[in-house]
Design a protein. Sequence first.
Length: 64
Amino acid sequence: MGTHKYAVGQKVAFRPDLGQDAKPGAVFVVVRQLPEAAGLLQYQIKSEVDGHARVVRESQLANL
């Protein structure tokens, strides 16, 4: 099992996949570190602007 790169409470940029509804580079806050799924680390993140929460893969996040 891998180690999560981002900490709870950390602000991150979300890089959506093609077809996902979100502005590239939108600022989100990490709410929870989730277990691996299919070998990929996941997080629950929440938008700073509208409070929308979503589950994303670590590869979809970037440091601010």
